[in-house]
Design a protein around this ligand. Structure first.
Ligand SMILES: [Zn+2]
Length: 266
C-alpha cells in the first residue's frame, strides 16, 4: 500500500543509529507512523519536528510499520524557536495529536487548524492554543458549548461551565451548584480537565508536555530555564548516565522536570 499526501511532522524519535520512527499528521489519512531512513544521520535535508512537506508512506502489508519518504517544504517551527512559550504550545499540541488521534483516520479540519495554530502562535500564545485545543476536543467528541446556558437558554451572564456536559451555565442557574462548576472564561487550566477526561477514557496518560503547558503559563522564561536545567542535572546525574545537558531538546528538559517533580512528591 502506498499513500501520498502533504503533512506535518509531529513526532520523531531515534529508532537505531541511523533511522527514526516518525509520525506525520497528513491531509486525507490522519496520523501515519513509519520509519524515516537516515533521519538521525542526515547532514542536509534533515527531518525536523514542525516541518510541513510532501510525504509518501509505503507498507507492504496493511499491518506493517510503513516507511516514509519525506520532502520538507518549510519548517513552521523555526519562527517559534526563539519563544519558549510558543515552542511549548507547539510541543503540547503535537503530543496530544500523537497520543489521542487513531492512526490512519482523516481529521482534515483539525489538520488545517494545526497549520493555522503554528502560524497563529504570536503574542497571544494562550489564546491561539486554547482555540486549537477546543477544536481538538470537539473533533474527539467533547464539544464545549459556550453559546448559551444549558439550563435556561439565555445567552448572557454565562459565567460557569459544567464539567459533566461541557456546556455553559448562567449565573442564576449555577447558584445551587456553584462549587461543582468551572468558572469562565475558558482557560487552558479548564480545558486540561477535559483533556484528562479524554485520556482516561482512552486509557492513556496525559502527555507531559500538555501538563507542563500550565506551568509555562505561570512562570517566566528565565526562571523556567534555570529550573529545567536544575531538574535535568538532578534527574540524569542520579541515573548515572553521562548526558550532554546543553544539547537537550525542550521535550527532554520537560520530562526531566516531570521526573524530578514526581521524585520530590514521592
Ligand atoms: Zn440559565
Amino acid at each position: 500500500m502506498k499513500l501520498e499526501s502533504n503533512g506535518i511532522l509531529i513526532g520523531l524519535r531515534p529508532f537505531n543509529e541511523r533511522d527514526a520512527i516518525a509520525r506525520v499528521f497528513s491531509r486525507g489519512y490522519g496520523v501515519l507512523v513509519g520509519v524515516m531512513r537516515g533521519a538521525v544521520v542526515a547532514k542536509k535535508n534533515r527531518p525536523l519536528l514542525g516541518q510541513v512537506g510532501q510525504m509518501s508512506w509505503n507498507a507492504r502489508l496493511d499491518s506493517q510499520l510503513g516507511t516514509f519518504h519525506w520532502e520538507a517544504d518549510k519548517n513552521l517551527a523555526a519562527p517559534l524557536m526563539m519563544s519558549h512559550a510558543r515552542l511549548a504550545a507547539m510541543n503540547a499540541a503535537f503530543e496530544l495529536l500523537n497520543t489521542l488521534l487513531p492512526e490512519r483516520e482523516a481529521y482534515d479540519a483539525l489538520y488545517d487548524k494545526t497549520l493555522w495554530l503554528m502560524g497563529a502562535l504570536g503574542d497571544d500564545v494562550n489564546g491561539a492554543y486554547l482555540e486549537w485545543e477546543t477544536d481538538l476536543l470537539r473533533e474527539l467528541g467533547y464539544a464545549l458549548d459556550l453559546s448559551h446556558c444549558s439550563g435556561c437558554g439565555k445567552t448572557n451572564d454565562l459565567h460557569f461551565l459544567s464539567p459533566r456536559t461541557g456546556r455553559a451555565v448562567c449565573v442564576d442557574c449555577a447558584a445551587p451548584y456553584v462549587n461543582r462548576l468551572y468558572k469562565l472564561p475558558l482557560s487552558i487550566g479548564i480545558t486540561l480537565r477535559f483533556i484528562e477526561g479524554v485520556c482516561a477514557q482512552q486509557g492513556v496518560a496525559v502527555p507531559v508536555m500538555r501538563q507542563m503547558l500550565n506551568m509555562v503559563e505561570y512562570y517566566s522564561y528565565l526562571f523556567l530555564a534555570l529550573f529545567v536545567k536544575f531538574a535535568m542535572v538532578s534527574t540524569f546525574n542520579k541515573e548515572g548516565e553521562n548526558h550532554d545537558l546543553d544539547n537537550f531538546d525542550t521535550g527532554t528538559g520537560y520530562r526531566a522536570v516531570y521526573v524530578w517533580w514526581h521524585d520530590v512528591k514521592a
